[in-house]
Design a protein around this ligand. Structure first.
Ligand SMILES: [Zn+2]
Length: 317
């Protein structure tokens, strides 16, 4: 029955939204913040369903994925949050029939190649070059920013702790605004509110994350990002949001090859750690993500796999 099938699917996507909010995996205060942000956007359908449906409709089209959070002295070669999710989502898009291309800050290029090899992802990966991007800005049907710093009202990008990202990550805010204006589909995944895409929820970030109104660079603009995306997925960890979108696409495409496996997540986190992609909270290369143990991220991946596999098997019954 169609209605029964729709019910099974709706339940699965709601579970994926909840999983990527960190429910059962991270501190309740974080889950509550992320779920409130999600709820501000998730009508009438779960966010991961909205996003996966859009992407599913773009088979044969180009998708540009952006990642890289580089801060000299803190994360000279970027964080491990962002690149892993970007590769997993690019693999899913490729398997679903889209034509993905990954753009990263130049400082990340070497590391993301290692991670791509570990995951056997064979999509083009390029260093962000604003002149080159300006020339090919008509090509993508969708652009997706994953854990990419976004500028505040004064045009300054910050870490969530309030440090300016000067001479680190290249700002792609202007390009994103242009894509929004051109009608190119824009999507973003972030986990705090200082990333590109959160412009759509700026008021909520300022209200619900009081520390976001402060920064330590004297610009007085706070850390909340102002550039919106048409589709934004707030997640407890940005990688998790990207894994959730991949799982959602696996369900829509009925193809479990799109899913990240727990064993792959473990290997990716270990490669990232030895390559110097640091944990954004403890600022060292460790087997973990955003201050959480690596095992937590592996458990989250396992939960997404379970949700997607159950939806696919119930659907085929
Ligand atoms: Zn500032």
């Amino acid at each position: 029955m169609i209605s029964e099938r729709a019910g099974v699917l709706l339940d699965a996507f709601q579970s994926i939204d909840r999983a990527v909010s960190g429910e059962g995996h991270v501190e309740p205060s974080v889950v509550s913040y992320i779920q409130r942000l999600q709820q501000a956007l998730s009508q009438p359908e779960p966010l991961t369903l909205q996003i996966a449906k859009q992407l599913h409709g773009l088979r044969g089209k180009e998708a540009y994925l952006f990642t890289g959070f580089v801060v000299p002295g803190l994360y000279p070669e970027g964080e491990n949050d962002g690149p892993l999710g970007t590769l997993v989502l690019a693999r899913a898009l490729h398997l679903a029939g889209l034509i993905p291309m990954i753009w990263v800050d130049p400082q990340l290029l070497d590391n993301i190649m290692w991670l791509a090899a570990e995951l056997a992802v064979s999509v083009p990966i390029k260093a962000i070059d604003l002149a080159q991007l300006a020339e090919c800005r008509n090509e993508p049907a969708v652009v997706i920013a994953i854990e990419k710093p976004g500028a505040n009202d004064n045009g300054i990008m910050h870490t969530f702790a309030g440090l300016p990202v000067s001479s680190g990550s290249i700002s792609i805010d202007a390009l994103f605004l242009e894509w929004n204006a051109m009608g190119t589909l824009t999507m973003a995944i972030g986990d705090r509110g200082n990333e590109i895409g959160f412009g759509a929820l700026r008021e909520q970030v300022v209200q619900w994350a009081p520390g976001s109104t402060d920064c330590h660079c004297g610009c007085t603009g706070g850390v909340a990002a102002t550039t919106p995306a048409q589709f934004l997925l707030p997640a407890a960890v940005s990688n998790w949001g990207a894994y959730g979108v991949a799982a959602s696409m696996a369900i829509l495409a009925r193809d479990k090859r799109l899913l990240l496996t727990p064993a792959e997540e473990e290997r990716l986190l270990r490669v990232a750690a030895v390559r110097g992609c640091v944990d954004g909270i403890c600022r060292r290369g460790v087997y973990g993500i955003d201050g959480l143990p690596g095992a937590t991220s592996v458990a989250l991946v396992q939960e997404l796999q379970r949700i997607a596999q159950r939806a696919m098997s119930e659907e085929s019954e």
